[in-house]
Design a protein around this ligand. Structure first.
Ligand SMILES: *[C@@H]1O[C@H](CO)[C@@H](O)[C@H](O)[C@H]1NC(C)=O
Ligand SMILES: *[C@@H]1O[C@H](CO)[C@@H](O)[C@H](O)[C@H]1NC(C)=O
Ligand SMILES: *[C@@H]1O[C@H](CO)[C@@H](O)[C@H](O)[C@H]1NC(C)=O
Length: 131
């Protein structure tokens, strides 16, 4: 009987759990793109969370991510193009890290973006015309 209940419970799980939607999955993409994080602060960013809005460095209006500010230093990795899917993103501050590789062109698709600070990184390549 217990086993049967367990099986039923497992069957029900997918309907109960609200996982991150496509828009919000940009943030786990960023977590994945961070290669070194000595503070390990992004270990707490989890794809199974119902919302990324309480994550460190993330601010929302309603359920939409509007601000992404990584205050911790000494990160290495790259900026993932998935950040360009955050349609309500207004302020993006990834300054004083050590991100390398080109700035993804997708980032400049975000129409809402009014403030972008990528200073003091190891980024290479051209800055897109859209900006
Ligand atoms: C970005 O964050 C740094 C601190 O991490 C701050 O000094 C800087 O002024 C911020 N840039 C903008 C444009 O707000
Ligand atoms: C650049 O960022 C590093 C941390 O990643 C920091 O130690 C350094 O002071 C920063 N340099 C400037 C000019 O802000
Ligand atoms: C920044 O990253 C590059 C490679 O990604 C590495 O060679 C360099 O040592 C890093 N600089 C600092 C200050 O961590």
């Amino acid at each position: 009987m217990m086993l049967l209940l367990l099986q039923i419970a497992l069957l029900l799980v997918p309907e109960v759990v609200h996982c991150l939607n496509q828009d919000e999955l940009s943030l786990p993409a960023l977590k994945f793109a961070i290669e070194t994080d000595q503070t390990r602060i992004h270990d707490f960013w989890s794809k199974s969370d119902p919302t990324p809005c309480h994550w460190h460095g993330v601010a929302c209006t309603g359920n939409q991510v509007t601000d992404l500010l990584l205050t911790n230093k000494r990160l290495t990795g790259y900026i993932p193009s998935e950040l360009g899917q955050l349609n309500s993103l207004k302020r993006l501050n990834l300054s004083n890290k050590n991100f390398s590789m080109p700035i993804p062109a997708h980032l400049f698709n975000v129409a809402a973006l009014t403030s972008l600070d990528l200073s003091n990184n190891s980024l290479v390549g051209p800055i897109q015309d859209q900006i």
